[in-house]
Design a binder for this molecule. Structure first.
Ligand SMILES: Nc1ncnc2c1ncn2[C@@H]1O[C@H](COP(=O)(O)OP(=O)(O)OP(=O)(O)O)[C@@H](O)[C@H]1O
Length: 346
């Protein structure tokens, strides 16, 4: 069985800017996979390449074994995309929006109607089915994007920051729903800025920075790469930083508190206390804190010089930069253009 997503040395240039740099990534069928990275890391570009909204510059990209360019139809039919931006036809009742989408993917009208009802119920906005997109609240709009992604019954669901700007209740509803879908066998690719979301939902995460893959790991593995800080409150503030053993990565004094960074706080604390007592310090209190996933993430994606460019920019792609945030013109056939229009990406 081919992986749900497989890219090999994928490159995307927007004019002089190299947005994806030889990105090789594999997402297995059935996985819940997170794509994390700071603004501009290339997450949306990666997704848009998979769904055919952005034309790759080099490398390979396949969805369930189908090449995203030469076997576009097959690849695209397998994917349900809930994009970051609201790109829905505003003039039709939302149920019709969903029926158009299903129809475009070859679903007969009766079945499209049933499926539209079903997904609207599933995301909790069935009672709004006759309303137009503009009349929905922000949270309902997010739900609709998910419904539209689901109406084609995709094997791969791609969610580009699905919980950006939504309230806590909706965030939890969405988490529950996507967990259910994943349990039912749908492969999920999620981009998010909420580390807690990735930690809670994802089997594995890839951290991207400046178009490159920094690491791929389970959230637990990532956390194990962090360090602990043992904070020891001393009875009398030390005048200099006490000498501690080689187990310490660094030690610093803040008032009457000594902070010591170590790999494993639990097993190191007794030794540290012994060393401090032997040096004549009296201990008043002790606390161990673990580096959060968020701190590890920040550490892994520290901003480097963002001047990564390609040296051989060719003039035929120079129009990319003007193509807008969601895609670009690529000279595809009428059907593809129709879908872009339907998704609001003309
Ligand atoms: N159509 C475009 N034309 C020119 N440059 C683009 C285009 N789309 C994206 N970029 C640039 O490519 C880089 C990657 O952008 P991308 O939107 O893929 O990042 P991202 O990780 O999704 O960011 P965010 O978290 O802010 O959504 C950025 O420097 C961005 O400015």
């Amino acid at each position: 069985m081919p992986p749900a997503i497989e890219t090999v040395d994928l490159v995307k240039d927007y004019g002089e800017l190299r947005a994806l740099q030889e990105l090789s990534l594999t997402v297995e069928k059935g996985e819940f996979f997170g794509l994390l990275g700071p603004n501009g890391a290339g997450k949306t570009t990666f997704i848009n390449t998979l769904v055919g909204l952005v034309r790759k510059t080099d490398g390979e990209a396949r969805v369930f074994g189908a090449d995203v360019e030469t076997e576009y139809r097959e690849a695209r039919d397998a994917i349900g995309l809930a994009p970051q931006e609201f790109n829905v036809d505003r003039f039709f009742p939302i149920k019709e929006v969903l029926m158009h989408k299903a129809g475009y993917h070859g679903v007969p009208e009766d079945e499209a109607s049933d499926r539209a009802d079903e997904v609207l119920k599933r995301v909790g906005i069935y009672d709004k089915r006759h309303e137009r997109f503009d009349w929905l609240s922000g949270g309902m709009k997010r739900r609709l994007l998910l419904a539209r992604a689901l109406v084609t019954e995709p094997d791969l669901l791609i969610l580009d920051e699905p919980t950006a700007g939504v309230d806590v209740q909706l965030r939890h509803d969405l988490w529950e729903l996507v967990t259910e879908l994943n349990d039912e066998g749908t492969t999920i690719l999620l981009t998010t800025h909420y580390i807690e979301e990735a930690e809670r939902l994802c089997d594995r995460v890839a951290i991207m920075n400046e178009g490159r893959k920094v690491t791929v790991a389970t959230p637990d593995e990532l956390k194990r790469r962090g360090t602990d800080t043992i904070s020891v409150t001393l009875e009398s503030p030390p005048t200099t930083t006490p000498d501690v053993g080689p187990y310490a990565h660094e030690a610093s004094v803040v008032g009457d508190r000594l902070d010591v960074r170590v790999d494993d706080g639990g097993s190191t604390a007794p030794q540290l206390l012994n060393d401090l007592e032997a040096a004549g310090h009296e201990i008043a209190d002790l606390e161990i804190t673990r580096t959060s996933l968020e701190e590890i993430f920040v550490d892994l994606t520290k901003r480097e010089d963002r001047s990564v460019t390609r040296s051989d920019a060719s003039s035929d792609e120079s129009g990319d930069a003007g193509a807008g945030r969601n895609g670009e013109s690529s000279g595809r056939g009428r059907n593809e253009s129709a879908e872009r229009e339907q998704e609001g990406i003309a």
